[in-house]
Design a protein around this ligand. Structure first.
Ligand code: NDP
Ligand code: 8X3
Length: 253
């Protein structure tokens, strides 16, 4: 029987690569993001290439009512979700705590923490009812070690790490696996978003290193998702070869 994976933030980066990887490997998809036209393009391409079923849901994970409405709409089309990937997220700005833009802080906290919680709250009852499931939360090396000027972004990823641990405990009785995936620097739209469209500044982040690619994260998630039912990878940190952890890379060696 075909399995279904729900991926938040599938319009670019990790989410998009995860969608492609799972479609290629026989999964049906539920993909979300705010950019509706991108979702439609991914759906058309993957349904054509892999004969999978792709449901698209365009909404903002920060908006609790939109999350509820999107999942209610989804329930009219399917009542089975094997995997939830809480991936939608971002960094906005990189400033010392006394100079940070409080709107950036709200954006990161609302997306990375509250968005993840809203999605989880809506999907877990369904997983309980179906007798199990697997949740992946995308954390970061920034959620393991704080780096200079990373303050609020790092705090949101520390929160993701805490929530991953908490969810694993809470959901243990229901056969729901919870896996934290913590990538180091990876070349996606992440830095472009962080630096608000400044392509030069975004490009500099990856100069002189060979960063992770989104496909690397997709590969690792697929590996974790296809282990035997009694095995759960709880926490996995991955970096490129030129990065040791959240603060130490070849660039600053
Ligand atoms: P991208 O910017 O390429 O992708 C981010 C995705 O999140 C997009 O699909 C975007 O969709 C979605 N998204 C952002 N805000 C919202 C929102 N409010 N509502 C719904 N969807 C939203 O970045 P990455 O793929 O790199 O990032 C994915 C996750 O990985 C994030 O949680 C990030 O913090 C984390 N991460 C990234 C690393 C990196 O170096 N790239 C390393 C470690 C972790 P849309 O704009 O269409 O809404
Ligand atoms: C994204 C990786 O190092 O830019 O979480 O914070 S980093």
């Amino acid at each position: 029987m075909r399995k279904t994976i729900l991926i938040t933030g599938a319009t670019s980066g990790f989410g998009n690569a995860i969608a492609r990887h799972f479609a290629k490997n026989g999964y049906d998809l539920i993909i979300t993001g705010r950019r509706e036209e991108r979702l439609a393009a991914v759906k058309a391409e993957l349904e054509q290439a892999w004969s999978c079923k792709v449901i698209t849901l365009a909404f903002d994970v920060r908006d609790k009512e939109s999350v509820k409405a999107a999942v209610a709409e989804l329930m009219l089309q399917t009542d089975k979700i094997d995997i939830l990937v809480n991936n939608a997220g971002l960094a906005s700005g990189l400033s010392s705590i006394d100079e940070g833009d409080t709107d950036d802080w709200d954006l990161m906290i609302d997306t990375n923490i509250k968005g993840l919680l809203y999605m989880t709250r809506q999907i877990v009852p369904l997983m309980k009812a179906q007798g199990g499931g697997h949740i992946f939360n995308i954390g970061s090396t920034a959620g393991k070690l704080v780096y200079k000027n990373g303050n609020v972004y790092c705090a949101t990823k520390f929160a993701v790490d805490a929530l991953t641990q908490a969810m694993r405990i809470d959901l243990l009785p229901y056969g729901i696996k919870v896996t934290g995936i913590n990538p180091g620097m990876a070349e996606t739209e992440f830095s472009l978003v962080r630096f608000k469209g400044d392509t030069d500044r975004a490009g500099k982040v990856y100069e002189g290193v060979q960063p992770l690619q989104a496909e690397d994260i997709a590969n690792v998630i697929y590996f974790c998702a296809t282990l035997p039912p009694h095995v759960c990878v709880n926490d996995l940190t991955l970096t490129c070869l030129t990065q040791a952890n959240g603060i130490y890379s070849i660039k600053n060696a």
